[in-house]
Design a protein around this ligand. Structure first.
Ligand SMILES: [Zn+2]
Length: 345
């Protein structure tokens, strides 16, 4: 989309409705870090974005070195540094900050994090790099959407990243962490500046927002409920189907979602994601000629989601479901409408 600003976030902004948000840590030394440890040196760190278990950064430790996948916002950085301390990792031992894409809940904290990690470099898709070096457009666009007060509470000050500390990927780029190889695959669909990271040693993929969002409060017996995220302004259904297939072609045992962390049974989840995306597109097409297409899509997507939850045996009441999903459904509808308009033009 040329020089235009990318969308500010991948979705969840429930704070806009409720007005409540974690105001961030007062002092880094007092921060409690919610950590979940997995095999192969992988730890999910809660970034404290909006609410618990919404937004994860993943810390990867290998042979004395470390990497992060996604950072949360600038306000998340103290939690990431606390996670290093809790796992006994020196700040000097972090080599990489892998950014799946540059939406602010994924990369907003990258500049501030790099200032605390003397040896780390950030790794970004070529379409995102310019916005990290000069975040002016990103900041202005986000302030316009949220207003200054909410912007500052949600995202803090976004720090620029010096060009020499950025590594820009090609499709297929491989980077090593103490010999452990990670491979980057360009995966447009959620955003044009999105890549995923294959970790063959862990038999896992770090998917950012390419493999959907899991609302972990809605897990039933360990089974997650995934929704594709189709938020403005770069969502493209055809690209997203293809990118989901690229993840599936790696046949990973696990996928680490930014929202939120590890899921398994990937073949089944892939089938569900494709079906959900097809359903979304159907809702969008059937309301394309409505005077207010968003309202119709929201109604259909809500009914679809409630149906899926019922089918899984989920018993959350209406208010809980609305609180978790309503704002994302609205953003998904906005993104679908924007995509239909682009497709038509
Ligand atoms: Zn996201």
């Amino acid at each position: 989309m040329g020089a235009a600003a990318p969308a500010q976030h991948c979705g969840p902004v429930r704070v806009a409705a409720s007005g409540t948000v974690d105001s961030g840590p007062a002092q880094a030394g007092l921060v409690m870090s919610e950590l979940t440890d997995f095999e192969h040196g992988i730890t999910a760190v809660d970034t404290h974005y909006v609410r618990p278990q919404l937004d994860a950064s993943h810390l990867i430790r290998h042979a004395g070195r470390a990497a992060f996948v996604d950072t949360g916002t600038t306000l998340s950085v103290p939690y990431l540094l606390a996670a290093l301390e809790a796992r006994g990792v020196a700040r000097e031992a972090v080599d990489w900050v892998f950014l799946t894409h540059i939406h602010l809940d994924h990369a907003g904290g990258a500049g501030a994090l790099l200032e605390a990690l003397p040896n780390a470099r950030a790794v970004v898709h070529p379409r995102g790099a310019a916005h990290l070096v000069d975040p002016t457009i990103l900041i202005a666009a986000t302030r316009q959407v949220y207003g200054d007060a909410l912007y500052e509470r949600l995202y803090g000050e976004i720090r620029p990243i010096p060009t020499e500390r950025l590594v820009i990927t090609r499709d297929g780029t491989e980077l090593a962490l103490a010999g452990r190889v990670f491979r980057f695959l360009h995966t447009p669909g959620h955003a044009l500046h999105h890549h995923v990271i294959h970790d063959p040693l862990a038999d896992a993929v770090f998917s950012g927002d390419t493999f959907g969002i899991a609302y972990r409060e809605l897990d039933v017996a360990g089974r997650p409920f995934l929704m594709p995220t189709t938020t403005p302004t770069q969502f493209d259904a055809v690209q997203l189907h293809a990118s989901i297939d690229r993840v599936l072609a790696l046949r990973p045992a696990a996928v680490f979602l930014t929202h939120y962390s590890r899921v398994t049974d990937i073949v089944r989840l892939g089938v569900e994601l494709h079906a959900a995306l097809d359903a979304y597109v159907g809702f969008a097409e059937s309301h394309a000629a409505d005077p207010d297409p968003v309202a119709g899509i929201v109604a259909d997507m809500t009914a679809w989601a409630w149906n899926e939850l019922d089918a899984r045996g989920h018993r959350a009441d209406e208010a809980t479901r609305q609180a978790l999903l309503a704002d994302d459904i609205r953003l998904n509808a906005d993104g679908l409408v924007a995509w239909l308009a682009r497709r038509k033009s």
